[in-house]
Design a protein around this ligand. Structure first.
Ligand code: SF4
Ligand code: SF4
Length: 386
């Protein structure tokens, strides 16, 4: 086949995989200027340039050589939310990645993660039976026909010891508020949000298909997620596959409990706290008030807004599969975010996403700021206050 025709076929494939708006891009470059990669010292436009990536897509990814560029986007949504042509930039990135990963050329660093999801249903190479380890010492009910909510715990909080504390705090708060909820546990699979974002469409379909079958068989109607990534995936990717559940992030449920007086934080705190909006809770799901309402419910806390917050929140760099990327010190968005918090005089940087907690904790350590700034999940601060 003529090389030109191969490129045309590739472009058709990318469009079929979701890059339906690739031709809307007029190459204005606003996206590149808003991208957090622009803030990383020493980055040049050759290293990561989202405008150029859209052009590559328009040309059937002609000239694609550098997998680092294709897989560098953290899908934070900053560019997409501001594109004057309404280009669905993240779908385009995902589709381009799918054309590479679907051809068996996933970046080497991602292969063990994807392999573990195929084999174990989680990216942590963790045995299925350990999915419930976070529950040790707690009395968590199994989801059943009389349970109102199914609590879906992110794989990160099932397997990572630091993150398990987040799942434990959320479950304790829900219990305290008298919410009828239960877990399914070992039969669950990863929601697959990050796997789809890195372009492994086949794996995502496998995980999502199994979850939809399982949740429906158990009679699930309402889901509470611990992570904004699972929230987004269930509400968007899964909805397109026919799932019809009501899906809420835990901050929304707790916000209601606090408003109704079913949870009353009472232990005073004298901390100065900044809140980092996770991209998948804020920009992608439009949830800004619920976490702030919870923070403000803790007596004594002094909330100090970060300079870049709400819709302009700076990404921690954990989305789009970047949570698994090896990024040299000095090139981590999380480090910039930690410095944002230090600049407000905050003693605690709170957030409400397991990926953000992970990325910000690493960034804080790499900057040597652990003594000045604590990284906490909002649910943990609330438990401390009860
Ligand atoms: S994707 Fe949107 S913001 Fe970026 S270059 Fe194209 S039109 Fe401009
Ligand atoms: S989604 Fe975020 S990281 Fe990706 S290109 Fe857009 S602004 Fe940059």
């Amino acid at each position: 086949m003529e090389p030109k025709n191969i490129l045309l076929e590739m472009k058709d494939y990318i469009i079929e995989m979701g890059a339906e708006t690739i031709n809307w891009c007029m190459q204005c470059g606003l996206c590149t200027n808003l991208c957090p990669w622009r803030l990383v010292p020493g980055q040049t436009s050759e290293e990561f340039n989202i405008r150029y990536m859209q052009r590559l897509g328009q040309m059937g990814i002609e000239g694609f050589e550098d997998e680092n560029m294709l897989f560098a986007c953290s899908t934070c949504g900053m560019c997409q939310n501001n594109c004057p042509r309404g280009v669905k930039i993240i779908d385009n990135v995902r589709a381009m990645r799918a054309s590479i990963v679907g051809g068996g050329m996933a970046p080497s660093g991602l292969r063990p993660i994807l392999g573990s999801c195929h084999a174990n249903g989680n990216p942590w190479s963790g045995p299925r039976e350990n999915r419930t380890k976070w529950q040790e010492g707690l009395d968590i009910a199994q989801f059943g026909p009389d349970t109102e909510y199914f609590l879906f715990v992110c794989c990160h909080s099932c397997y990572d010891p630091r993150s398990m504390k987040i799942a434990r705090s959320i479950a304790q708060l829900l219990q305290k508020g008298g919410v009828s909820f239960g877990v399914i546990g070992v039969e669950e699979n990863c929601c697959g949000e990050s796997m789809r974002k890195v372009g492994d469409e086949e794996l995502f379909q496998k995980l999502a298909g199994a979850n939809i079958e399982l949740f429906n068989a158990k009679g699930v109607k309402k889901i509470i997620t611990t992570s904004p990534h699972c929230l987004w995936s269930f509400k968007n990717d899964y909805a397109k596959l026919g799932a019809e559940w009501e899906v809420l992030h835990y901050t929304e449920v707790l916000g209601k409990l606090v408003a109704e007086g079913k949870i009353a934080p009472s232990v005073k705190s004298d901390k100065k706290v900044s809140f980092h909006d996770p991209c998948y809770l804020g920009r992608h799901s439009d949830i800004y008030d619920a976490p702030r309402g919870l923070l403000n419910a803790i007596p004594g806390i002094e909330v100090r807004e970060l300079g870049r917050s709400g819709e302009s929140s700076l990404c921690c760099a954990g989305g789009g599969g970047r949570i698994w990327a090896e990024v040299p010190m000095g090139e981590r968005f999380g480090e910039l975010r930690v410095l944002d918090a230090v600049a407000t005089g905050a003693e605690v940087l709170a957030t409400s996403c397991p990926y953000c907690v992970n990325m910000l904790t690493d960034a804080c350590a790499s900057l040597g700021k652990q003594d000045a700034l604590e990284i906490r999940e909002l649910s943990e601060l609330l438990v401390d206050s009860l």
